[in-house]
Design a protein around this ligand. Structure first.
Ligand code: MLT
Length: 262
């Protein structure tokens, strides 16, 4: 579906009734990343998965910042008549979820920070992103797909699930180049969210796969130790996109988090 929100077309899928759960994907994904969650949790919640601006089928056009992603998400909640939502962000989606909390705390019922980190980029990461922008500009998303794929999936998934490996590669390689470039710029410009962590007053679940090499368990522990009352769960045999690598385990923990809110 397409919403006109925050002055642009935002693509989204929704399923189910009940309390709103808004899913924000990572880089350079699209809303189909969350299909296993909409299929499972749509039985007991109003699940919403959106494409961040410029990615999937959402309209491209700057500014590309975490704040802009957060404002788009809130505009979509307005469009859907949802006063607040549990915000589930994976990796870059987690950076946007933290911006959403900073800018619109009243719209956040709870937070689920998955495969993400609070800190800003270090120098090596900044250099790697700038190199990716150059490759994207000359070769499109296909030119960065294999590098992204290497970090996306855990070793167990790479060894045992060739069809999932192919599916994730297709998603990475088909990302619109302008939106992917914008996302890299947004990640480069994002602030250190460490000071934000202590301000979080809503129930928060921190999730990570034990085979995640992009945002490893120490990043999750760093957030967990600083977010008052947060819960940390480590999903075994899963890498960076743990929600599609181990969907049953992911949905179980997320389901517990949602049940505890009522
Ligand atoms: C993502 O999955 O969103 C990215 O790996 C995050 C990042 O590069 O920092």
């Amino acid at each position: 579906m397409i919403a006109e929100a925050n002055g642009r077309r935002i693509a989204y899928d929704e399923r189910g009734d009940g309390r709103a759960v808004l899913f924000l994907h990572g880089f350079p994904h699209d809303r189909t990343l969350w299909t296993p969650q909409l299929q499972s949790l749509g039985m007991r919640a109003h699940t919403i998965a959106m494409d961040l601006r410029g990615l999937g089928e959402s309209q491209a056009g700057g500014p590309y910042t975490m704040d802009a992603y957060a404002d788009d998400a809130v505009a979509l909640l307005d469009h859907l008549g949802e006063p607040h939502a549990t915000v589930v962000g994976l990796s870059m989606g987690g950076y946007a979820a933290l911006a959403l909390w900073r800018r619109h705390p009243a719209r956040v019922r709870s937070l689920v920070l998955t495969s993400t980190r609070a800190t800003a980029d270090d120098d090596a990461t900044r250099a790697r992103r700038e190199e990716m922008i150059r490759r994207l500009t000359s070769g499109g998303s296909e030119a960065i797909a294999d590098d992204q794929l290497a970090g996306s999936l855990g070793r167990t998934t790479r060894r045992t699930r060739p069809e999932l490996v192919r599916g994730v590669r297709t998603m990475l390689a088909s990302a619109p180049a302008a939106g992917a470039r914008g996302a890299l710029e947004a990640m480069l410009a994002r602030p250190d969210s460490t000071p934000t962590l202590a301000t979080i007053t809503v129930p928060t679940l921190v999730l990570v796969g034990d085979e995640d090499v992009v945002t490893p368990e120490r990043d999750a522990r760093y957030m967990h130790e600083r977010i008052p009352g947060s819960r940390l769960e480590v999903i075994c045999n899963a890498g960076h996109v743990c929600n599609i690598e181990r969907p049953a385990a992911f949905n179980h923990v997320l389901g517990e988090h949602l049940a505890a809110l009522s």
